[in-house]
Ligand binder design. Sequence first.
Ligand SMILES: O=C(O)CCC(=O)C(=O)O
Ligand SMILES: [Fe+2]
Length: 319
Amino acid sequence: MGFDSHYQIPAIDFSINSTELDRGTEEWYSLCMRVREACENYGCFEIVYDKIPLQLKADTFSMIRQLFNLPVETKEKNVNPKPFHGYYGQNPNSPLYESFGIEDSSNYESFRSFTELMWPNGHDQFCDTVVTMMKKLDELKEMIEMMILDSYGLGEKSNSIIACKTLLRVMKYGAPPSGEYANGLTPHTDKLVSTILCDDQVSGLEFETKDGQWAKLSLSPTSYLFIVGDPLMAWSNGRMSRLKHRVMISGEKDRYSLGAFASPVEGTIIKAEKELVDEDHPRILKDFDYKDFGRFTFTKEGSAIDSEMQVFAFAGIST
Ligand SMILES: O=C(O)CCC(=O)C(=O)O
Ligand SMILES: [Fe+2]
């Protein structure tokens, strides 16, 4: 597989006058259509967004560094059996990678119990900074969700796509030995509904282009990446694409990234939206229990399947 350095994903500028982001205006509908087009054609888009203060973002990454700098025994206290939750690290197969998954992270009380697990004497600055950042990312996600609904004419009927809580995942990719170009995270499509990703200006994210090449994706300090995950593609009855991506690391600096992942609430059944199923768009997936799908991806059978094919292996309708 080769490299394509010219391939670009769409960038959509949300940093406009806030009245233009009022629902119902012409500008709003034009943004909705661009969001839909990007999700359908690329499974992602770069969000240019100036409503999150750069200082808040910098402070959040400084808190994340403190978290990863804790002793391994402390980090390992963050145990959570749910897929993508808890602490992951010290794995000889991916020695440079560590991550934390913290559920319901825009909820102050829930986040405080995580903080107290890591710092038994509390760490108010950690808690306040990260929860403030997560609330901003929730606002952004809610706006994008509304745009998606409006773009399909569904906004009058509902103001949410799939009921979710925000799972915060923070990732550290240690710098590889000098001169190496090392695997940080294997190619995959996201298993949560949607992701809003940002990093601390050390790049490494790569995505697969339509012609099967890998291209690098660098985000500016005011950019965030919106990624369509498997359940959102399923909700859209396959109208939306997904972004296959990976992390490769090189250079001397550690990479830190942060993702706000929309994680379905307990008991969620993922279904194609009725209005997105018609003669021209027959159903491509059966309804499925999100939790069972998550479990399947970790079984011997599921994990042997390519990430982007797992949802079809689990819930595909054979024709
Ligand atoms: O760290 C990154 O930039 C990507 C992380 C990612 O793709 C994931 O955790 O699903
Ligand atoms: Fe991902």
